[in-house]
Design a protein around this ligand. Sequence first.
Ligand code: ADP
Ligand code: MG
Length: 387
Amino acid sequence: MASAKLELEKEVSMPVVGVIGAGQLARMMQPAAIALGIGIKVFGEAEGSSAHQAVTKVGDYNDFDQLVEFAKTVDVITFDHEHVPTAVLERLEAEGFSVRPGPNALKHAQNKLTMRRKLTELGLPQPIWKAAKTEAAVAGFLAEFGPKIVVKTPIGGYDGKGVRVISTTAEVRDWLEGISAFGGELLLEQKVEFIGELAQLSARRPSGEFRAWPLVATFQEAGVCSEVIAPAPASSRHAEAERIAQSIAEGLGVTGVMAVELFELESGEILVNELAMRPHNSGHFSIDASITSQFEQHLRAVLDLPLGDTSSTSSHAVMINLLGVDSENDFLRHYPTAMAKYPQVKFHLYEKAPRQGRKMGHLTLQGQDLAELLAAGRACRELLYNR
Ligand SMILES: Nc1ncnc2c1ncn2[C@@H]1O[C@H](COP(=O)(O)OP(=O)(O)O)[C@@H](O)[C@H]1O
Ligand SMILES: [Mg+2]
């Protein structure tokens, strides 16, 4: 009897997902893994990370040997961030480890020029763009598409770091001088006069199943996402956004969750801004306001398990980021007061040291009356922001 039971346990033992990076995205995968009954192990860079409760190894993700040691303890490798060098991931794959999304897909989210070239090849709508290596090339693009253009570092940027709106070449001279750090080229883009920013979240698993959440509206302050409204209230481009996301997911062979950031123009046209191949800030609403959260879906997708229903559980959801106000306020002082005053709010704190502008947590509200949800969520945030 005892040995038969052991056999059965072996057969039904659930797989373990390994996450490289221990930020808030890895942190929010943990409760989803617990609910599904699958294992999760996180490779962190330092002690005291946001995902510390799931960290099993602290090390350097650029070091192949350390990654192999970690990979041997899990069934599939996935990511909390996009910084692991493609070459390292290719080596892991070559040694037989399962990496999802794979380096061939992920490289498009790691390098904005690689992405622009691929989207051009796929014929998908995007801003007018050009690669530039010299001040003369920047000047030429400014003359054609100015008075203002957008310049981006193709690699390493996030939360608006690595994006500048310029009207003279002098404003990117430092980037041109240090251009080798960005892969030898800068990305130039027309400055899009959008009426709004949108994000299309979706998931695809290796056997091909694809599911998308409702299109959402995102709001950025100084290049950092501050609020998300789901579904996007004004846009009529839901079907088109989903088609674009599916073309990208299939065209690039993406596995796992992918976010496509979009610009919406006055004409109604939508253009692709950038891609993320992992759970994304624009999808945090799904934890509390969708049948399947992006974190649960990501785990299902990278394990090639059937995907869950992405329908919303209310007519509207609002996600409000808690961005650090200074290096003191960890938002705990007024936590009990905010909870008492706003029982309808779902609170999420990431256990990160406070720093101005840093993503420290978020709030989610769902219900029937969008204006009411926004007002309550913003008032709750203001209360937490008080010293
Ligand atoms: N071509 C553009 N025209 C106008 N605004 C832009 C353009 N590209 C980026 N932005 C603005 O800058 C923000 C950050 O740019 P993005 O490329 O998404 O960088 P990050 O990787 O930091 O998110 C966008 O959300 C948008 O508000
Ligand atoms: Mg962005």
